[in-house]
Write a protein that binds this ligand. Structure first.
Ligand code: PEP
Ligand code: MG
Length: 539
């Protein structure tokens, strides 16, 4: 048995096998080839090997998890024999004289797009499968070992580091826990782990020999046990059962109000990164969505998401929340959230660089596409929009002009939209300090304490070395929070917190005393925060 120390990003216990994240699949380049016959043979051989691998996985899954779960590997084998798919790849290799990897990647993308646009849910799900089989062939063509999430069973995912764009694309049903060597507790990858409600550790000294080994992640103590001894394993099985029980008990708070013992109420909403997180918002009984990090739509995509694609996502969220508030944050890329197709120049200091609203006010067409999609979706629910990284009143005025232009265009085209609340994120000290002026311009403030802490304390939230002094409880932050609430209320703005600090139950009472109107937290923290609110006596 080996016991490794790490830093906890999210509590909980996971028991399962370790699987290292396989990153190679995205590096497929187009190459011109002379001998298309040889390339066709490479493709055929890789296709055959893929089928053999899938047969092996089918048999393993059949034994370990049963027929129903093993079926997927049979479906994948059949897809590898699909005539349209095979012909599309071979045709590209022959006519365009290109390498097999590229032809497979391109065909996989095309087919997956076709499947996703189908009405039928079963067919829609095949989009991911066709990508999966294509990635398998590409991996074989590139001579890489299997890795990542290939085993069919949920795993403890190990990686040197995970970018937000990688995390967001993982099949969440196959990840029991994240364990990485690099990363910081305040990074977006950590935030995503919290949204997924799974234990996660960073700063763990991993090595590849751990691949496939049984392990326990203790997200409370920040420990990873590799090949644990039987007594440790059974101890943790018991602890996990207790944890599950505790979570079950919290379920009793569903449907209850967020009200203190002496009658003060507060809105308790949830943060999401995409449509896939709504199930967890509903399961945890959040009163609305206080932060929809819309940039994940851009991070998941290989190119700019169209107005139609965005509209569909926002509409689904609005409809599913059935009239409850949904606050969509406009595109916040830059810093740790890099999107290749934006082709941004490398910066010395990206956290303070060309990012978020700065990009939107510079590349207005991208901004308008998103605003049109949001406004169109607003017809189907109760939507608010908030703008990230604001530092001045002029920015807000310019945003409002653009919003008016978008609305005028929609009016002209006879497209309906609903009442939309407009708000800003307070995540720079500048915004907090001029919140009296900003409050005159908007309907609400939502405080992004992750960035507000980073900029106020001059501590890079991405730097793991500084985690121990990244102190969101710092008196400077608490003073800014109080200032923003007071300034907001003077102008009838409601004020909330959507940064991670909102879920810190040691501060729930303080937030209530400060007068906050809303807290928006990761879905799995809604019930624990509700429990805390219900225990508070303010007077
Ligand atoms: C924040 O900065 O607190 C916030 C909510 O935004 P993000 O974490 O996505 O930067
Ligand atoms: Mg932020």
């Amino acid at each position: 048995m080996k016991v490794l120390e790490g830093k906890s990003v999210f509590g909980g216990i996971a028991i399962g096998r370790i699987s290292f994240f396989d990153r190679g699949e995205s590096q497929v380049v187009r190459r011109h080839i002379e001998d298309s016959q040889a390339e066709l043979t490479r493709f055929e051989e890789a296709r055959e090997q893929a089928k053999t691998e899938l047969q092996g996985l089918y048999e393993k899954a059949l034994q370990e998890v049963g027929e129903a779960s093993a079926m997927i590997f049979e479906v994948h084998q059949m897809m590898l024999d699909d005539l349209d798919y095979v012909e599309s790849v071979t045709n590209m290799i022959e006519t365009q004289k290109i390498n097999a990897e590229f032809a497979v990647a391109h065909t996989g993308d095309n087919f997956s797009q076709i499947f996703s646009s189908m009405e039928d849910d079963y067919m829609k799900e095949r989009a991911a499968d066709v990508k999966d089989i294509s990635n398998r062939i590409i991996r074989i063509l590139q001579g890489r070992e299997t890795g990542g999430l290939d085993s069919g069973e949920p795993v403890i995912l190990a990686a040197e580091d995970l970018a937000p764009s990688e995390t967001v694309q993982l099949d969440k049903s196959k990840v029991l826990s994240f364990v990485t060597h690099l990363g910081s507790t305040n990074s977006h990858t950590a935030i995503l782990a919290r949204t997924m409600n799974i234990p996660a550790l960073i700063g763990v000294d991993l090595d590849k020999s751990m691949e496939g080994k049984m392990a326990v992640v203790d997200g409370f103590a920040g420990k990873l046990y590799v090949e644990p001894e039987e007594d440790i394993l059974s101890d943790y099985r018991e602890k996990k059962a207790k944890e599950d029980k505790k979570r079950e008990l919290l379920q009793n708070l569903k449907g209850k109000e967020n009200i203190t013992k002496d009658g003060k109420k507060i809105n308790l909403y949830a943060n999401i990164g995409g449509v896939g997180d709504i199930a967890s918002v509903l399961a945890n009984d959040a009163g609305g969505i206080g932060l929809f990090r819309s940039e994940f739509l851009y991070l998941e995509s290989d190119t700019y998401p169209t107005e139609e694609e965005q509209f569909k996502a926002y509409k689904t969220v609005a409809e599913t929340m059935a009239g409850k508030k949904v606050i969509i944050r406009t595109l916040d890329i830059g810093a740790d959230k890099q999107v290749d197709y934006f082709q941004m120049e490398k910066e010395e200091n990206p956290a303070m660089g060309y990012r978020a609203i700065r990009i939107c006010l510079d590349r207005v067409e991208i901004f308008k596409t998103q605003l049109r999609a949001i406004y169109r979706a607003s017809y189907y629910g109760s939507i608010g929009i908030m703008f990230p990284m604001i530092i001045s009143v002029n920015e807000v005025k310019r945003i409002k002009e653009i919003v008016e232009e978008v609305k005028a265009e929609l009016d002209e085209q006879g497209i309906l939209y609903g009442e939309v609340e407009l708000g800003i994120m307070i995540e720079t000290p500048a915004a907090a300090l001029i919140s009296d002026l900003l409050a005159k311009e908007v309907d609400f403030f939502s405080i992004g304490t992750n960035d507000l802490t980073q900029y106020t304390l001059a501590i890079d939230r991405q730097n793991p070395k500084l985690d121990s002094i990244y102190d969101s409880h710092h008196e400077a932050i608490l003073r800014l929070l109080q200032m923003v609430v007071d300034n907001g209320h003077k102008e009838n703005c409601w004020v909330g917190i959507c940064g991670e600090l909102g879920a810190d139950t040691t501060l729930t009472e303080t937030f209530l005393k400060m007068g906050f109107d809303e807290l928006s937290v990761t879905p799995s923290m809604v019930l624990p925060v509700r429990e805390q609110i219900r225990n508070v006596i303010l007077s």
